[in-house]
Design a protein around this ligand. Structure first.
Ligand code: UDX
Length: 459
């Protein structure tokens, strides 16, 4: 099928490259010429394991352009995956979505095109995009640019994306489910056809990412527009509150002398609960959970509805960051003048994404209390320098530099290379060998044997 993808951010690029890999003819549009040039040369502007390999395998079916007129005409499906940053009041800023929809409408030229919202957009945005498309299309037909074609038809659908950064390709090719929503039955048929190779798992896996042994046919949830839009928010908020629940129980575990890691393991083995997303620590960050929980609360407020559970999940998450600083204060008593090292800046391992990263709040709060911080990340430092210029002077090039003369080190992001560190090598460098495990991933007994004072955010 012929596919156009508008926006080559995380979601758009993964969608475009994956669909091209599956054999569809894909054109990706992005207004950023430098990005388009880079992608056309086979280089990936984002840090995502495997993306450049997939780009190479998909290249014969993939084109990048800055022109809607090169990409939209003739497309069976147009995915809109543009950024929706938070506006000043916390609601998503839909200006890019609006201008993308207008540009798509100007270029539509096919007997039936499905315009798909792929970005996470507030519930009701499908209707909103539909109205923009119709207005722009009508204007075009009334004005001089009209093609005069009266067989051009389109419909709006929602196809939420559930990929995790760092796992984007596997999550796209071997997903738990695919959700499509539209009030137009023909759109659902088109999207069903588009995704058939994934649904039936009939494609040949990429050489670098074999099909997992337990991969089965992928369930398709084919539903109405509003339900598809709500599924995305409901799922992300549920994952967020699952983590916050583990963190809330973790605080109680610390008080009563229980081990939260054991408690989470014991809970998660109940299949109704499930073991994933019960990992306690400094809490969630990233581009989705914070923004989506906030947007869900804002949408509910438009209907005079409170979302007390979602609100509580947000509060608990923020509290975890504060507790990390309190735990250090409990140990060191005075934070002023102390040197504290943070290992891991990205909001989670295997990404250089720093959005809403717990490390930022923790570093700022320590600095505000007069501590001297040293910051380290294996991958995110380039981005950190650009996005966090006021914190950039605190960056350390090496792990030795972080430990040298340090009063405490906090493991904030559980990068593999930190887990594999020979911790015994660094203890001699520290002034006081305190380790705060912000993710509950280090072996407490082993750390204590080496001679560290091991503490965790809970427990
Ligand atoms: C998330 C959703 O998982 C994905 O489905 C959605 O499309 C986008 O948002 P992502 O933000 O990339 O994906 O990361 P994810 O792996 O879900 O982790 C989110 C945050 O939760 C990270 O900061 C992670 O460290 C934290 N986390 C995760 C925990 O604190 N504990 C856990 O048990 C799991």
């Amino acid at each position: 099928m012929k596919v156009c993808v508008v926006g080559t951010g995380y979601v758009g690029l993964t969608t475009g490259v994956s669909l091209a890999f599956l054999g569809h003819e894909v054109t990706c549009v992005d207004l950023d010429q430098a990005k388009v040039d880079m992608l056309a040369a086979g280089r990936c502007p984002i840090y995502e394991p495997g993306m450049e390999d997939l780009l190479a395998e998909a290249a014969p079916n993939l084109t990048f352009t800055t022109s809607y007129a090169d990409a939209v005409p003739g497309a069976d499906v147009v995915f809109v995956a543009v950024q929706t940053p938070s506006a000043a009041d916390g609601s998503p800023d839909l200006r890019y979505l609006r201008s993308a929809a207008e540009s798509v409408a100007q270029a539509l030229d096919h007997d039936f095109t499905v315009v798909v919202n792929k970005s996470t957009v507030p519930i009701g945005s499908g209707n909103w995009v539909d109205a923009i498309l119709r207005d722009s299309f009508q204007q075009r037909e009334n004005g001089s640019e009209g093609t005069g074609r009266n067989d051009t038809e389109f419909a709006v659908a929602s196809n939420p994306e559930f990929l995790r950064e760092g796992n984007a390709i596997a999550d796209t090719l071997y997903p738990d489910r695919i959700v499509i929503g539209s009030d137009n039955p023909r759109s659902l048929e088109v999207l069903n056809r588009l995704y058939r190779p994934i649904i039936n798992q009939t494609f040949t896996p990429p050489t670098f990412l074999p099909r997992p042994e337990d991969a089965n046919a992928v369930p398709l949830v084919s539903t109405d527009l509003a339900s598809a839009e709500l599924i995305k928010y409901a799922a992300n908020a549920f994952l967020a509150l699952k983590i916050s629940y583990a963190n809330e129980i973790g605080q109680l575990a610390a008080k009563v002398g229980a081990d939260i890691t054991e408690v989470a393991r014991g809970m998660g083995l109940d299949q109704r609960i499930g073991s994933r997303f019960l990992q306690p620590g400094v809490g969630w960050g990233g581009s989705c959970f914070g923004k989506d929980t906030k947007a869900l609360i804002a949408t509910a407020a438009e209907y005079n509805l409170e979302m007390p559970i979602v609100k509580a999940a947000r509060d608990v998450n923020q509290r975890q960051r504060a507790i990390a600083v309190e735990r250090l204060q409990d140990e060191l008593r005075i934070l002023k003048g102390r040197k504290i090292g943070l290992l891991g800046l990205a909001f989670k391992p295997n990404t250089d994404d720093l959005r809403d990263a717990p490390a930022l709040d923790i570093a700022n709060s320590l600095i505000a209390r007069g501590a001297r911080v040293k910051l380290h990340d294996p991958v995110a430092t380039e981005r950190f320098r650009i996005e966090q210029p006021e914190l950039a002077p605190y960056l350390s090039q090496t792990i030795d530099e972080v430990f040298a003369d340090c009063d405490a080190v906090v493991l904030v992001t559980e990068w593999g290379q930190y887990l594999e560190l020979d911790w015994s090598k660094f203890i001699g460098l520290m002034r006081t060998p305190i380790i705060l495990d912000g993710r509950h991933v280090l072996d407490a007994e082993r750390m204590r044997r080496i001679g560290y004072k091991y503490i965790a955010v809970a427990g």
